[in-house]
Design a protein around this ligand. Structure first.
Ligand code: KDG
Length: 318
C-alpha cells in the first residue's frame, strides 16, 4: 500500500440556489471530508490508499463508507459506534465565490476516535502518512490520536505530508491552533500551508519567508499554496514559483485536498519537488473548476493530458 490518511468525513448538504440557507428548501446530498478527498484523489490516480475514521452506526455513516469504499480505498480499519452520529454539514453559497459552511459535527462519531484504537501494524504497510490540521481540532482524543500516528509513522519510516487546513470553527483560539499546527509541522517531511496558514504559523507574510521558517533542518519540502497565483516551493536544494494552471473557478472547496493528492502522487512517482508541485497545481486547477470536492478529479491519463495540453503554462523559476 502507498498512502494512509484518517479523519472525519461527513455528509454534505448543498443547494443549487445562491440563497441564505433559511430560504433553501431542497438540498443535494454529497460526501465530504478533507482526508477522504485526498484519499479519493489518489485512488482515482491509481494509487493504493487506506483511510480510517469512526462513523456513526446510522444511514449517513453507511453512505460515507459506501462512497469511500467505492473508490477502491481500503476501509478495513474504519470503526463504527452507536454512541454518536456521523457528522453533517451544510454549504451555503450566497453569491459566486462566497461560501459559508455550517457544521453539525460536535460530539460526532469521528470526534470519538481514540489513540488506543490506532493499528500501528497497519501503518507499517504504507509509505506515506497524510494528516491535516482538522483531525486534531476535533477533540482531545483526536489530537492524541494524531500525535500517536505521527510518532508511529516516524518510527516506522513513513514520510509525513501535513496540510494545516485551518478550520476556524473547530478551534477555540488562534493560539491553540497555532501551537498544535506548529508542533505537527515540526514532525512533518512535507508541509503544504496556504498563504494565510503560513502567516498564522510563522508570522511572515511572504511565501519565501514562510517556507524558510517552516523548512526546519530535516524537512524535505514546504509548498505555500497561493490560490489563483500558483504556489511557492522550497527544499534545501531547490526553490521557485509555480505558475497556476488556468482554471475557471466554480467551487474552490476541495482544491487544497486535490493539490495534496497531486503532490503526494508526484512523490510516489519519484518526481522532484518542482515536478510534484506541478502535478499538484494541475489537480488543484481541475478541482476548482467543478462543483463538489472530488467529482471533477481526474484519472492519471486525464491528468497527464491536461498537463501536456496546456501550451500557455509557464513555470517561472527563481
Ligand atoms: O477541504 C474540504 C473540506 O473542508 C471539506 O471536505 C469538509 O473536511 C471538511 C471540513 O472539515 O471542513
Amino acid at each position: 500500500m502507498e498512502v494512509v490518511t484518517f479523519g472525519e468525513s461527513m455528509v454534505l448538504f448543498s443547494s443549487d440556489k445562491n440563497l441564505p440557507l433559511e430560504y433553501v428548501h431542497q438540498f443535494n446530498k454529497q460526501m465530504a471530508g478533507a482526508e477522504s478527498n485526498v484519499a479519493i484523489g489518489l485512488a482515482k490516480l491509481g494509487h493504493r490508499v487506506g483511510w480510517f475514521s469512526k462513523l456513526g452506526d446510522d444511514p449517513f455513516g453507511r453512505y460515507v463508507l459506501h462512497q469511500i469504499r467505492g473508490y477502491g480505498i481500503d476501509i478495513s480499519r474504519c470503526r463504527h459506534t452507536g454512541d454518536a452520529p456521523t457528522g453533517v454539514y451544510f454549504k451555503e453559497q450566497r453569491t459566486k465565490g462566497k461560501t459559508q459552511v455550517y457544521y453539525y459535527r460536535r460530539h460526532s462519531a469521528a470526534s470519538m476516535m481514540h489513540p488506543d484504537e490506532l493499528d500501528e501494524a497497519y501503518l507499517a504497510g504504507f509509505k506515506i502518512l497524510h494528516i491535516t490540521g482538522i483531525t486534531p481540532a476535533l477533540s482531545p482524543d483526536c489530537l492524541a490520536l494524531t500525535r500517536k500516528a505521527v510518532a508511529s509513522a516516524r518510527k516506522l519510516g513513513l514520510k509525513i505530508v501535513f496540510d494545516p487546513n485551518v478550520r476556524w470553527k473547530l478551534w477555540d483560539s488562534e493560539e491553540a491552533a497555532k501551537e498544535v499546527l506548529l508542533e505537527l509541522a515540526g514532525s512533518a517531511d512535507y508541509i503544504l500551508p496556504g498563504l494565510d496558514e503560513g502567516e498564522l504559523l510563522t508570522g511572515c507574510t511572504q511565501p519565501e519567508d514562510i517556507a524558510s521558517a517552516l523548512l526546519k533542518p530535516g524537512a524535505a519540502g514546504v509548498v505555500v499554496k497561493l490560490g489563483s497565483k500558483g504556489a511557492y516551493f522550497k527544499s534545501e536544494q531547490d526553490s521557485g514559483y509555480m505558475a497556476p494552471f488556468p482554471a475557471e473557478e466554480v467551487d474552490p472547496v476541495g482544491a487544497g485536498d486535490a493539490f495534496a493528492a497531486g503532490f503526494i502522487s508526484g512523490l510516489l512517482h519519484g518526481e522532484t519537488l518542482e515536478q510534484a508541485v506541478r502535478r499538484a497545481s494541475a489537480m488543484g486547477a481541475i478541482a476548482v473548476s467543478v462543483n463538489g470536492d472530488v467529482e471533477g478529479l481526474p484519472n492519471e491519463a486525464e491528468l497527464l493530458d491536461m498537463m501536456k495540453g496546456d501550451q500557455d503554462y509557464q513555470n517561472v523559476k527563481r
